[in-house]
Design a protein around this ligand. Sequence first.
Ligand code: NAI
Ligand code: MG
Length: 799
Amino acid sequence: MATVAEIFKTMEYGPAPESDKEALGWLGKHERVFGHFIDGAWTDPGRTFDVINPSTSKTIARVTDGTKADVDAAVSAARRALPAWKGLTPHARARHLYALARAVQKHSRLLAVLESMDNGKSIRETRDIDIPLVARHFYHHAGWAQLLGSEFEGYEAIGVVGQIIPWNFPLLMLAWKIAPALAAGNTVVLKPAEFTPLTALAFAEIADAAGIPAGVVNIVTGHGETGAAIVEHPDVDKIAFTGSTEVGKIIRRSTAGSGKKLSLELGGKSPFIVYDDADLDSVVEGVVDAIWFNQGQVCCAGSRLLVQEGVADRLLAKLRARMEKLRLGSPLDKAVDMGAIVAPVQLERIRTLVQQGVDEGATMWQPSWACPTDGYFYPPTLFTGVQPSSTIAQVEIFGPVLVSMTFRTPDESVALANNTPYGLAASVWTESINLALDIAPKIKAGVVWVNSTNLFDAAAGFGGYRESGFGREGGREGMWEYVKRQVSGPRSQVSGKTPPSPQRPETRDLRPLSSDEMPELDRTPKLFIGGKQARPDQGYTRRIYSPSGEMVGEVPEGNRKDIRNAVEAAHAAKGWGRSTGHNRGQILYYIAENLAARGAEFAARIDAMTACGKRRAKQEVEASISRLFTYAAWADKYDGAVHSVPIRGVSIAMNEPIGVMALVCDDAFPILGLVSLIGPAMATGNTTIVVPSHSYPLAATDFYSVLETSDVPDGVVNIVTGDKDALAKVLAEHDDVEAIWYFGEREGVKQVELASASNMKRTWATWHERDWLDRAMGEGRDFLRAATQVKNVWVPYGE
Ligand code: NAI
Ligand code: MG
């Protein structure tokens, strides 16, 4: 028996196990076998699979592998429950969400222990982070339910939402999905990850007891095939997914053309950047939170340590000393820092990647102590001497493995930080606020933490750029993912009728120019690329006919090479995104002014092409001028927000341009359709490649000279005419195009969404006919939101 004095001397921790009695009691009550939770009741267990405690490798329960029929049953329960749930007053739904928050708090101990047993994460984390954040999420969204009518006026629930979540934060991911969905009036079918289904099942029971109506929350357990059945179900209106980029791409492809709304929160390889003036002791604790929190199984883990050369050796020495002191062991022991890896397959993946790092020549370091052997444990690991292009610097390891690299200058740090296909999060460590706030906007990531890391809150949006996915979770920006514009009553009649669907020019009309056919050399139709009227790569042109069959002109047939040139020009013009809102507004006003000066000419052209009548053509030009004014107005008014997060500090939500956008116009409105897309894209700082109206492109080619006389910087707007769907496909496939809007036919929508998966570019593709003259439908915040992505920059105050 050690004396107190001896204990003081060694400073060793004894074990401090949290009791698993309550959790075992709950499992026992269910005889450790579970069906699904559908329509407010348990189903009989079907074919089951084992649920394993990764810290002991023992089976703790069995759950049902969901079949297509199970998914069908859950979706129809959700469909039946939808009208009543959606029809509740916002206040009534707010009370339900509030009840959920209270119920989670009441059962917090059960949930924390169960989570720890199922996932292997430490009880300290589940008790102090996961479960409190779950409750916080429901409280916060009780608020959005209450405010839905006033803050989301004109919007309504999307319908039945399918939600698929991973195993790294099982209950927290459930809360991130379910809270906003319910607040907005949707009903849900959620599939937890196969490794960690238990807290979702416990939640279903808790929610039921808290009075959530039957069918509003349905939980179906199972593997990837069960998830796929939800994704492919025709009666599901939206899919929300968190998991690997690989599966995210599969889901993007399988929902293409279905009209399902999609939000994807995928992987990352987030940089943790340390400048030479940073407080290195805080940095060390930051790194512990960044990469050893949850054993590094965190999508936004700071897994790439980028250190300014001068302080690298000092920091790494401190870090190794700290790693030596990390405590790894039974997750239910309140004194451990790190628990177990979720499953053998993940452990194997970590081992393989670490070996690959060693084989590639990097230096691996691990603390001297040994891991327990009866579960799936992996020690904290540090790599130095890492090449930026090596596998371990590029691939998400999803384990407690940190790779470190050095840089010399801030510019170099940004280049290194952005040197992956991902863009989820970043940490920036410096005592200079100037430097921190200079770097934050330059990093391609949805979240940037200044002198902090892994901060989350329900009030701040979370989500990625690039291959880390799209859509946000949390805060107002997250709520947009769960609402759609209300369609009520007959379409507004302001606009009169849309012109008749034109006959598309046949391919046989395509032909090389021959000089004797062309009246004047300077009328040779061209493309508009890099601020210049550019000859197309090939000499083919497309004849444009009026509805009565007269030829009204020709446009070039743009091809893959022309698109490539246009994309290059758009990239070269990216400085546009850093110009001021005031300047962008000025240029949009100037375009409007120059269009107005030539209004009669444009109206005549529109009438000649579409035979819509003089009055209607004039109306279109007037509406185009007004639309440009709208976005000139917005250019300095599409503000971000400062979120109220519960830290001493702020989370600044900035609306950033997406970058290079492809804009594919629909047919009906030759000039209004075009300015309705370039307006919001330009106002928010994007550069664009436009494919104008397929059948009536001549107003767009006339528009070149308006752009030329309006001080639009070269490359901000590029216009390529030709076969709309062929060009759209090239643009959707192009890895240097960051977003694509497509208005057209359903088949085209499908092609665009399919092809977009290559680099997970953002898409906004619809086949619903849009009356561009109707301001409610043709302009406003929906467009601005689709042209931007939100970056949340967390800035703590104080010492
Ligand atoms: P995963 O992406 O396969 O699993 C996530 C969820 O998707 C699970 O519920 C799974 O059953 C479901 N799923 C799998 N295939 C599906 C399909 N075809 N259709 C619909 N749902 C499907 O991830 P996994 O295999 O568990 O982990 C592999 C790697 O993915 C990890 O090593 C890590 O790099 C990454 N990952 C990233 C996460 C994040 O939070 N961003 C979370 C989990 C994994
Ligand atoms: Mg498990």
